[in-house]
Design a protein. Structure first.
Length: 427
């Protein structure tokens, strides 16, 4: 790992550490500490989603034209201002404006940092680089949430201001670290910034004409909706309403999810990096099918409360294993599908799909709380659908795109050269 990659990964981990301080406590802060109620807290979450959906369609073009470094720095400064303002705000309007700035900054960072990782890696090393990024993110979030939980005090609003202040500082630390990064100047990476102004105008049209990428976007939406979109919404509602899971047990389940990722990430990496990506994603769909079946068992009421809790925690742990398998698979595949000069555009499109899936995730709450077994059945079918979509995607990929380990030992540029056909292979 080069110096540039080490600094990118360190900055990413520190940012996740700062975000972990505030994410678990945002609802409590707005609704209870500031006394604005549940509707105001919900509106703050909506503002996060809206800002991401507005900013991301514009982000890819800027990354490809100007490079990812200034985009990361600008996004970090905006997110820092939003976090600090959120910690000082007492009214609904300032809180919503702060949430818009913070949400937009965080959303724009994702594709920009992903593009930096792409530029500093090759198809042969990219799988491990993205696996490390995911590992560091979860480790940072977990440690930040653990420490933040010891600092926060609902009776002292200043304790929440401190948490948001720490988050703001971590974003500025990221900006400072990225300023010191020297991006590689290999021709394949330098040429990733388009010089033909006419090319950038039809970027979205070209992306939507790329059949493999469109199928990957559809698959990504289903994955994020079925997993990440349900963690703190539909699945939590199912656990508390149908399975009788206590809030503390829900906390243990979330911890089991993070723990499974941290423990399994590099063990799983050795198993997946030499296998076909489409089949790895299909296997994740099958693992999540089992997870949903186990979750359904916890809500049947046939066992003791301890058995229900153990089943629910196992569900979250299995989701974590699936996430560990996806982290070195999805993001590198997006990069390998991107034609020259469109890496930022493709990363932004994938981030946009993720945000849309997360925004729609709470649609599962009425089913999870009101018709629990139907809820489980729906997502068992959805998980099987993930496996089917993954295998269908595999038919659209070249041998190298589906199994990058075939490139081991070869000198390959970091950005895929565009081809006339939808299938794009490395030069």
């Amino acid at each position: 790992m080069g110096a540039a990659m080490r600094r990118i990964q360190a900055g990413n981990a520190l940012t996740a550490f700062g975000i972990g301080f505030t994410v678990p406590f945002l609802y409590i802060y707005v609704a209870q500490v500031r006394g604005l109620g549940s509707m105001a807290a919900t509106s703050a979450f909506v503002a996060f989603a809206v800002s991401a959906l507005v900013a991301l369609p514009l982000t890819g073009r800027v990354i490809d034209r100007r490079g990812p470094v200034p985009v990361v720095i600008g996004a970090a400064v905006a997110a820092s201002a939003g976090a600090l303002s959120l910690g000082l705000s007492t009214g609904i309007v300032p809180i919503l404006l702060s949430a818009l700035a913070l949400g937009a900054g965080q959303a724009v960072m994702q594709p920009a940092l992903a593009t930096m990782i792409v530029w500093c890696s090759t198809p042969g090393t990219r799988t491990r680089a993205f696996a490390l990024q995911f590992f560091m993110q979860n480790l940072g979030l977990g440690i930040g949430g653990l420490i933040g939980g010891q600092i926060v005090d609902e009776s002292r609003p200043a304790s929440f201001t401190l948490l948001f202040g720490i988050e703001a500082v971590m974003f500025l630390v990221l900006a400072g670290v990225i300023l010191t990064v020297r991006m590689p100047h290999a021709p394949s990476i330098k040429d990733a910034v388009p010089r033909d102004e006419s090319r950038s105008g039809g970027a979205w049209k070209r992306l939507l004409e790329h059949k493999a990428m469109v199928k990957l976007l559809v698959l990504g939406f289903v994955i994020f909706f079925a997993c990440y979109g349900q963690f703190e919404s539909g699945l939590a509602a199912f656990g508390t309403e149908a399975a009788g899971i206590s809030p503390s047990t829900l906390g243990f389940a979330l911890a089991a999810n993070t723990g499974a990722i941290v423990v399994a990430q590099f063990v799983v990496l050795k198993l997946v990096e030499k296998r076909r990506r489409s089949r790895v994603i299909a296997l994740v769909g099958l693992i999540w099918t089992v997870a949903w079946v186990i979750a359904g068992f916890s809500g049947l009421g046939h066992g003791s409360a301890m058995m229900a809790a153990a089943a629910f925690i196992t569900t979250y742990a299995l989701f974590g294993i699936g996430e560990a398998m996806l982290s070195p698979t999805l993001a590198p595949l997006v990069a390998d599908l991107a034609p020259e000069g469109s890496v930022g555009q493709y990363n932004s499109a994938f981030a946009l799909v993720k945000q849309m899936a997360l925004a729609l995730g709470p649609l599962g709450v009425p089913l999870g709380a009101g018709v629990p077994m139907l809820y489980i059945g729906v997502f068992v079918v959805v998980s099987l659908g993930i496996a089917w979509l993954a295998l269908r995607l595999g038919t659209q990929l070249s041998a190298v795109q589906d199994k990058p380990s075939l490139l081991k030992g070869e000198a390959v540029p970091a950005v895929v050269v565009p081809a006339a056909e939808p299938e794009r292979v490395p030069a």
